[in-house]
Write a protein of this length. Structure first.
Length: 95
């Protein structure tokens, strides 16, 4: 069972992930942001992981990774050192 403090941290992390997801989508050129399915900042690694819906879109978004680092770093006090793009598998039918 989660304590109130644990729940508060979980809610805050979810809020931050949603904010980052929206920011990444907004920073990408028209059409690319629609293929982002999530984003998370791994502070210890200085890495933003961007999840996308297919390998084809992952390749296109990887091309923009240096620009994303440049634009995201100031928001995270210069801690963003790289952007990694991963494909999030599509959910199984009926699942």
């Amino acid at each position: 069972m989660l304590s109130g403090n644990d729940l508060s941290r979980l809610v805050e992390r979810a809020r931050q992930a949603g904010e980052l997801d929206a920011r990444v989508r907004a920073l990408l050129p028209d059409g690319l942001g629609a293929h982002v399915t999530g984003a998370a900042f791994h502070e210890a690694e200085g890495e933003v992981v961007v999840l996308v819906d297919s390998a084809a879109w992952a390749s296109r978004i990887r091309f923009h990774a240096p620009a994303l680092v440049e634009r995201l770093a100031p928001r995270y006090d210069g801690q963003v050192k790289r952007v990694r793009v991963k494909v999030r598998p599509a959910p199984a039918p009926g699942g």
